[in-house]
Design a binder for this molecule. Sequence first.
Ligand SMILES: [Zn+2]
Length: 227
Amino acid sequence: MSKAVMKREAQLTAHYAQKAEYDAIFAGNKQAINACGELLSSIFRAEERIRTEDGHGKPEGGYLRRPPIGVRLEIGDRYLTAVPGFTHPRKRWNNGEISILSPGELHLDEVYVEVLIQQKDLKGKSVMLSANINEDGIKLCQWRQDPAATKMYIAVMIDTFKDLLDDPYKVFAQNSDHCSCCGKTLTDAISMTRGIGPECIRYFGHLEETIREIKEKYRDLDADWVC
Ligand SMILES: [Zn+2]
């Protein structure tokens, strides 16, 4: 075997060992991850339903771009965003005009999560970790090369999930400047206290009931989060 091949083999072995370690963390928190996936999906469904009632829902012919459905949370100096799965539309340029080959499609039962940090010197945020949750469980999409950093961001994500299941309003309330849903700047005192603007608070009408049902469903399965 050549040196290059041996090096590559060693890298792959290390990579899979590392992935196995992350998967073990997920397996140990399976119920909290699945329960929070259901909770976030139920928020997405409420958002889509109310947006549709307001006339901002799915346009005739389907979504041409991703609709602004999801949550954006401030966790200390980090951010966690969760949005539904979305298949992007297929478009084609035709003599300067765009034609839609197939419209975009929302997958409300799928949750795409990103953990981000604000860059100090640059404007904007950088994704430190991303994962996809669906009925088959959780799958990492992006992670750090440094295993310690990856494990730290996984912990941020899982702790946020547990906090959301425990008391979502407490998590939303950490956003004082911007709405936890649409990201708009909050101006009135009530909105700033709860971290949700006057338009978006309507998406949370059934939240307490939903959480009660989810906790009931997962109660016997796991003891790693008990409220
Ligand atoms: Zn809002």
